[in-house]
Write a protein that binds this ligand. Structure first.
Ligand SMILES: *Cc1c(COP(=O)(O)O)cnc(C)c1O
Length: 401
């Protein structure tokens, strides 16, 4: 019976991450379908009024409303939790919904947080604009230096928030060092792990309390849907995150959850091949440009740290050309690689952060983060690496590099 309709957790918990990505969390319906079913339903019917009452009272197992639970969404949440090695996961409509929820669900007026300087543009908006509006104090630090976290701590520090590798300058944060500082002070560490995903880096193994994801990126991996996720202990998810998300409603649609479930089945394959391609493409570009920011290449000042906490470098890196004019010229000369600000896609995509993803950040803050006018970010896809190399080689020549 178990075989057909669900899974025995005592068996499935022991599976390795690549197996979890394909099978973790699968719950079969009475039909025994092999591919996960897509449950497009907002509500659920009850056999009798007493059952409805019991389910609302939490005395009977079962679902009540798709803002709160949905079978397809739950399969994805269980799969991500198993991949992460976390007790529990809750998915959200987008990565930013996940980041907003993970911060607002546990912070209040008078609290203080320490956040990494190099971060996704909208994450900087949360820390620089949204949180201060509610009287939450934020210290921004250079997250490459763990000591800066320690030095920024105050009696009311509740949380550390950072990403590694960081968007778009590929700063690496020493997970163990920073999470140890947090643990020693009873501070919660929240890691935005969108770039690496649990296929390459599992921050909880280094002491992180919570991981948060844009599943839009590598987890979907084919540029189709937006999605987000938060992983933590069962207690954190149930007692802290769920009251916030159930009532504010940043729920992931069942359809998008199903697409990400399918994406996860190939995550391990994709991210390893894209990492290999990113190293090949990076080597060619490195010989031609003034500055390369690539955690998979020995020239990156934190290459050894990156490789000690990640299984591979991931598909994303950045490099610098002279100025905005040359950067735009390079993008315009591409024939295969698309000009696009998405990342984690199976297609190779190139963007100029200063005029796109980070254009809403002031110039002063951009420069402080290392987002110069000549900075270009590249997501290397699943195409034959040689075709990507030849395309970029031609574009570099076209702008005189
Ligand atoms: C894309 C991204 C986000 C935001 O995710 P969305 O799914 O676009 O809302 C947050 N953090 C990082 C590091 C990202 O790359």
């Amino acid at each position: 019976m178990k075989r057909r309709t669900g899974q025995d957790q005592s068996i499935t918990r022991a599976w390795r991450p690549a197996t979890q990505a394909v099978r973790g969390g699968t719950a079969r319906s009475e039909w025994g379908e092999t591919s996960e079913a897509l449950f497009l339903t907002s509500g659920y019917a009850y056999d009798c009024a007493a059952d409805a009452a019991a389910r609302f009272a939490g005395e009977q197992q079962g679902m009540t409303y798709s803002r709160l639970q949905n079978p397809t969404v739950e399969m994805l949440e269980n799969r991500i939790a198993l991949l992460e090695g976390a007790e529990a996961c809750r998915t959200m409509a987008t990565g930013m919904a996940a980041m907003t929820a993970v911060l607002l669900c546990q912070l209040q007026t008078g609290d203080h947080i320490v956040a990494g300087r190099a971060a996704f543009g909208s994450c900087r908006w949360l820390t620089d604009t949204l949180l201060p509006k509610f009287g939450i104090e934020v210290s921004i630090v250079d997250a490459r230096d763990p000591q800066q976290f320690e030095d920024a701590c105050k009696p009311n520090t509740k949380l550390f928030f950072f990403e590694t590798p960081a968007n778009p300058t590929m700063d690496i944060v020493d997970l163990k060092a920073v999470c140890d500082i947090a643990r020693a002070r009873g501070i919660i560490s929240v890691v935005d792990n969108a770039f690496a995903t649990p296929a390459l880096q599992r921050p909880m193994e280094f002491g992180a309390d919570v991981t948060a994801y844009s599943a839009t990126k590598m987890m979907d991996g084919q540029g189709r849907v937006l999605a987000g996720a938060v992983c933590g202990t069962q207690k954190f998810i149930d007692d802290t995150l769920l009251p916030f998300t159930r009532n504010t409603g940043p729920t992931l649609s069942a359809f998008n959850a199903w697409v990400v479930l399918k994406g996860l089945e190939t995550l391990d394959l994709r991210i390893r091949r894209q990492s290999e391609n990113a190293v090949k493409v990076g080597r060619m570009i490195e010989a031609r440009v003034p500055r390369m920011l690539h955690p998979g290449l020995p020239s990156h000042p934190q290459h050894n740290l990156a490789m000690s906490q990640m299984e591979a470098c991931g598909p994303i890196f950045a490099f610098e050309v002279e100025d905005r004019k040359q950067a735009h010229g390079l993008l315009d000369a591409l024939q295969l690689v698309d000009i696009s600000n998405n990342i984690g896609d199976s297609r190779s995509l190139m963007t100029h952060p200063a005029s796109t993803t980070h254009s809403s950040v002031t110039e002063e803050k951009r420069l402080e983060m290392g987002v110069t006018e000549g900075l270009i970010r590249l997501n290397v896809g699943l195409e034959d690496a040689q075709d990507v190399i030849e395309d970029i080689d031609r574009a570099l020549t076209a702008v005189g590099l």
